[in-house]
Design a protein around this ligand. Structure first.
Ligand code: SAM
Length: 223
């Protein structure tokens, strides 16, 4: 059995009892970064063996993990933070497991996009998750394709691209489009800044430095 186990996106308390039990009982935990996950695992006294599964070894490692699953082992897949398979290498292993007709169980749990959306104040009855925009090639094309999107849009972004991304949003969606920038969710410096794209941009442009992990939520074309 392959279990997809969500882990906290900041606050170590954000993990379910079931997730801790599955991590303890598994034969092996596949982590993106064994050192990063080591902090969580030692906090919960989980001493299950770990192995690394990340974007640079996903093909070779998947072959090995699929062989172990076929042999009857229980493997728990975790990522550095949040739900494995959401903007991280989890998808590839799950597809390989499905193609091999192996059992996969996904546990519900933490992910950055949902608290960003629900705290944003933007309509959450329908939304699209866009993950990371392409860094260069295809970026403007993707944004242009979304300019008439009527549903709320959710994007992931790295901290050093915040202003550039807000500029790109303003160009694609207009300065008056409502938006929210959620950073450091569940952490000490958690902040959700709501306003027009122009207001959100001005706020961050006035800061000396922009730190933290960000989720952007942008209203749809009718908002
Ligand atoms: N698998 C993760 C999930 O379920 O959300 C996402 C992994 S992706 C590699 C990392 C991105 O998630 C960050 O660049 C940021 O956009 C978002 N993120 C993760 N933790 C966050 C947090 N505590 N606050 C805000 N955004 C976060």
């Amino acid at each position: 059995m392959l279990y997809l186990v969500p882990t906290p996106i900041g606050n170590l308390e954000d993990i379910t009892y079931r997730a801790v039990r599955i991590l303890r009982e598994a034969d092996l935990i596949a982590c993106e970064d064994t050192r990063t996950s080591g902090v969580l695992l030692s906090h919960y006294n989980i001493d299950t063996a770990t192995t690394s599964y990340h974007e640079h070894n996903e093909r070779d490692k998947s072959t090995e993990l699929i062989a172990r699953l076929r042999a009857g082992q229980t493997i728990a897949l975790i990522s550095d933070a949040g739900t494995p398979g959401i903007s991280d290498p989890g998808f590839y292993l799950v597809r390989e497991a499905r193609r091999a007709d192996l059992d996969v169980t996904a546990l519900p749990g933490p992910t950055a996009l949902i608290p960003a959306l629900t705290a944003s104040g933007l309509p959450s009855d329908r939304f699209v998750f866009e993950g990371f925009l392409p860094k260069k090639k295809g970026r403007q094309t993707r944004l242009a394709a979304l300019s008439e999107e009527p549903r709320t849009m959710v994007f992931y972004e790295a901290p050093y691209r915040v202003l550039r991304t807000l500029d790109d949003f303003i160009e694609a969606f207009g300065a008056e489009r409502p938006a929210a920038a959620a950073r450091e969710l569940s952490k000490k410096f958690e902040e959700v800044r709501y306003g027009t794209l122009e207001e959100v941009r001005s706020y961050f442009a006035a800061l000396d430095s922009i730190r933290g992990e960000f989720v952007f939520v942008v209203g749809g074309s009718d908002d």
